[in-house]
Each structure stands twice: as structure tokens, then as C-alpha cells.
Design a protein around this ligand. Structure first.
Ligand SMILES: *Cc1c(COP(=O)(O)O)cnc(C)c1O
Length: 232
């Protein structure tokens, strides 16, 4: 608990400082504690310390942990890993935010299941800015070309965009990826009505969340840095 408290405090202070450096003067971004590799007692410590947003990669683990922590008030769950079309239902049922919509077919499926369950699903579209083959996400030009499709959704709330930076030490490359996501969002806005302004930018992980905040992130997804010094 003490180690996690220190790690969390350090991350929060770094986030605060990055907000001050950012030219966007955003509110403090939402910290999503990524728990895909976390032991249950680490998650309990995070809850105890006030974390209320948790991110999981695997739909099944998200569903199980949501049930496990059902008695904690105001918890928000985030599906951040790749989602297969045949795994949509439990995630929609869970009410989680879905950050990893990477195709129009997947989005259509989520609309369909959400309609069936009479739910409205909050989600983000994942964009593959860096163009790396092993990364999922829309190609920026495909997204921009067809972004008006989101106007016809009645059971999905598209709240913004998500991306992952490449695994590199080169800060300029990372910064450019985050910057391009923001610019892409601004371009999309011009094609969208006032109620679809894509306010959320989910970008930044343990190694690059400060750069992401400087470039306008509203949500950061941090895992390993929370658990530094712990062994499972
Ligand atoms: C695992 C993961 C994270 C967190 O990564 P860390 O480097 O451990 O902070 C963030 N986003 C996605 C999509 C992930 O899969």
C-alpha cells in the first residue's frame, strides 16, 4: 500500500506539473489506472487511495473485476484493449467506456447490441497515427473521410479519440503522434455538429503521459508506473 501510495502521488504530481506546462490549460486529466497485470490487493489499495477509473485489456477480466468491486460506489471501467466483435455484449452490458473502437464494423456492432440492451455506450475511436502495422486503429484518412457516420448513432456516444505512441526513446516522435491526434480531432470537428465535438483525447501511458498532457490529453492510461517496486 505504501509503495502504491508513493507511486500514485508521484504520478499525480507529474500530471499536475504537465498541466501547468501545457498551453491548453485543460482541467487535470482523468487518471485511468490500468490493472491488466495488477494483483487484486494492488487494486484494492488503489480503490482505498481514491482511484475510481480502471482500465482493462481483456473483456472477461473487466467483467469479473466489475462484479468483484460492485459494492464500491462510482467506479468507472474502461475497456482499453482490442475488442473482438463477438466479445462486444459483455462489455456493453458492463457499461464500460470503450477506448478501442478500431473499425466501422465494430462500431456498428456496438450500436446494434447497445440498442438491443437499451443502453447508451460511451466510446472513443482508436486512431493508428504512427501507422505501425502491429497497432490497431483507424488510419487517420479513413477516419476523417467517414467520420460523419457517427452522426447517425442513437445508442453510442462517441466522446473522442484514443491513440498509442510508438515504443521509442525519441520524444519528438512521441510528441508528434499526440499532436497529430489532436489536430485530427480538430479537423473532424469541422464536419460534425455542435453536440459531437469529441472532447476527450485518451493518450499517454507510463512512459509518455507527461508529453501527452502537454499536448492536450484529457485521459491518461497508466499501468506499470503505479506498481513500480512491487512484484507479483
Ligand atoms: C497496457 C496498456 C496501457 C498501460 O501501459 P503502461 O505502460 O503499463 O502504463 C495503456 N493503454 C493500453 C491500450 C494498454 O494496453
Amino acid at each position: 500500500m505504501e509503495i502504491i501510495r508513493r507511486n500514485l502521488l508521484d504520478i499525480q504530481q507529474r500530471m499536475q506539473a504537465a498541466v501547468v506546462r501545457s498551453e491548453f490549460r485543460i482541467n487535470i486529466p482523468k487518471l485511468i489506472a490500468v490493472t491488466k497485470y495488477a494483483e487484486p490487493e494492488w487494486i484494492e489499495a488503489l480503490v482505498e487511495l481514491g482511484c475510481r477509473n480502471f482500465g482493462e485489456s481483456r473483456p472477461q477480466q473487466l467483467a469479473q473485476r466489475k462484479v468483484w468491486l460492485a459494492e464500491v460506489k462510482d467506479l468507472n471501467w474502461h475497456q482499453i484493449g482490442h475488442l473482438q466483435r463477438n466479445k462486444v455484449r459483455p462489455v456493453v452490458e458492463s457499461g464500460a467506456w470503450i477506448h478501442s473502437i478500431d473499425s466501422w464494423r465494430l462500431l456498428d456492432r456496438i450500436e446494434e447490441i447497445s440498442a438491443e440492451l437499451q443502453l447508451t455506450t460511451p466510446l472513443l475511436l482508436q486512431i493508428n497515427i504512427s501507422g505501425e502495422e502491429q497497432k490497431s486503429g483507424f488510419a487517420p484518412e479513413d477516419f476523417l473521410e467517414e467520420v460523419e457516420r457517427i452522426k447517425s448513432l442513437n445508442h453510442c456516444r462517441v466522446l473522442g479519440l484514443m491513440t498509442m505512441a510508438p515504443d521509442t526513446e525519441d520524444e519528438n516522435i512521441i510528441r508528434n503522434v499526440f499532436r497529430e491526434l489532436r489536430i485530427l480531432r480538430d479537423q473532424a470537428r469541422q464536419k460534425l455538429p455542435a453536440e459531437l465535438q469529441l472532447p476527450e483525447l485518451s493518450m499517454g501511458m507510463s512512459g509518455d503521459f507527461e508529453i501527452a498532457i502537454e499536448e492536450g490529453a484529457t485521459m491518461v492510461r497508466v499501468g506499470s508506473k503505479l506498481y513500480r517496486g512491487l512484484t507479483s
